[in-house]
Design a protein around this ligand. Structure first.
Ligand code: GTP
Length: 329
């Protein structure tokens, strides 16, 4: 079975990390996010990925010139313009000449979802589309779903105001779709599967959903990107990538953080709740908390960084202080 993986978004919430690469090429504990996705798909018998590309397609093609990602063969559909999530699905179905049931998923979600069970449920219900659901504490940031006892979607409400959510089950960003869904998606324009296609199918009674709650993380924000890395280190994922080599002064304190390959950390530096991509240099007495540092960032002596995302190659002067005051939602 083919899985269409949506990896064409701009990833604006992760800027400046995504200024140079698409979100799905960012590493999670050293392994690009798209490889985590490929490993999960392969576990469930997916035989090929169709990458729905938009923003910076060359990043994938250059990184995987051999036609496979983590061992899984892939083909690409490169969108000529921004098409949105539904437009991207339609474009990939056409471009890759798909005429059978497919899996479609957001490429920025890390999950242990049982895709086999999702496909089985979809086939048993003879559904046109089936969504995996995930139970979360704050559903208001997502597409919230209710179903009847047969799994038919009764309501699909994208990002309802807090307190008005009809359930705590959200669209997990993984679907099984019949190719006929193409007839619902207008060609050559920006269409959202979450805001337009699924709510319409729900009103019609042609959309199904199944609670698949398991490990699940949408990596779209800096906080979630940090969480994704730390979850691997906490042993919450099956796969453990090779640990990188760093030079860390014995007096430095590293707590709940991932340090990428070739990172150097000086004396008495403190790093907590942070992700440092490869080649960062942290000088003596620097403090870094709840932050993401892209490749080759240099932090000067005694500088303090709290809640920041720092772009590739930036140099933070000694003694500087940067803190992000988080606004309430
Ligand atoms: P933000 O700009 O931070 O909202 O990120 P994003 O652009 O990735 O948008 P969002 O997180 O809502 O996208 C969910 C998934 O759909 C991600 O895997 C995106 O890469 C993907 N996606 C969003 N829009 C498109 C599109 O127009 N084409 C394709 N191929 N994928 C898309």
């Amino acid at each position: 079975m083919l899985a269409i993986v949506l990896v064409g978004g701009f990833g604006t919430r992760l800027r400046p990390l995504t200024n140079h690469v698409p979100k799905q090429m960012l590493p999670i504990c050293g392994l690009p996010m798209i490889e985590w996705v490929a490993l999960q798909l392969a576990k469930h018998g997916v035989s090929e990925m169709g990458l729905a590309l938009g923003y910076r397609p060359d990043a994938f093609l250059n990184a995987y010139p051999g036609g496979t990602i983590a061992g899984l063969p892939y083909r690409v559909a490169v969108e000529p313009e921004v098409l949105g999530t539904a437009g991207a699905i339609r474009f990939a179905l056409e471009e890759l000449d798909v005429d059978e049931t497919v899996v479609a998923l957001n490429g920025d979600v890390l999950t242990d979802l049982d895709i086999t069970a999702l496909v089985t449920f979809h086939q048993r219900q003879k559904a046109e589309g089936t969504i995996a659901l995930q139970s979360v504490n704050d559903p208001s940031r997502f597409g919230v779903v209710t179903t009847d006892k047969n799994g038919r979607v009764a309501e699909f409400v994208e990002k309802p105001p807090k307190g008005t959510e009809p359930s705590n089950l959200i669209n997990a960003g993984a679907y099984v779709l019949e190719p006929e869904i193409i007839n619902r998606i207008p060609a050559g324009q920006q269409v959202s599967v979450e805001r337009e296609i699924f709510p319409h199918m729900a009103r019609e009674g042609s959309l199904y959903a199944v609670d698949s709650s398991t490990y699940w993380l949408d990596t779209g924000t800096p906080e979630q990107y940090i969480e994704a890395n730390l979850d691997v280190m906490r042993g919450l994922r099956d796969f453990v990538p090779e640990l990188p080599t760093n030079i860390v002064d014995p007096s430095a304190q590293i707590e709940e953080s991932f340090l990428g390959e070739g990172t150097e950390v000086g004396a008495n530096a403190r790093i907590k709740g942070s992700v440092l991509l490869s080649g960062c240099k942290i000088s003596n007495n620097a403090k870094i908390k709840n932050s993401v540092l892209a490749e080759e960032v240099q932090i000067g002596d005694s500088a303090e960084i709290d809640g920041c995302v720092i772009g590739r190659g930036e140099v933070i002067e000694p003694g500087s202080e940067f803190a992000w005051i988080k606004r309430p939602n």
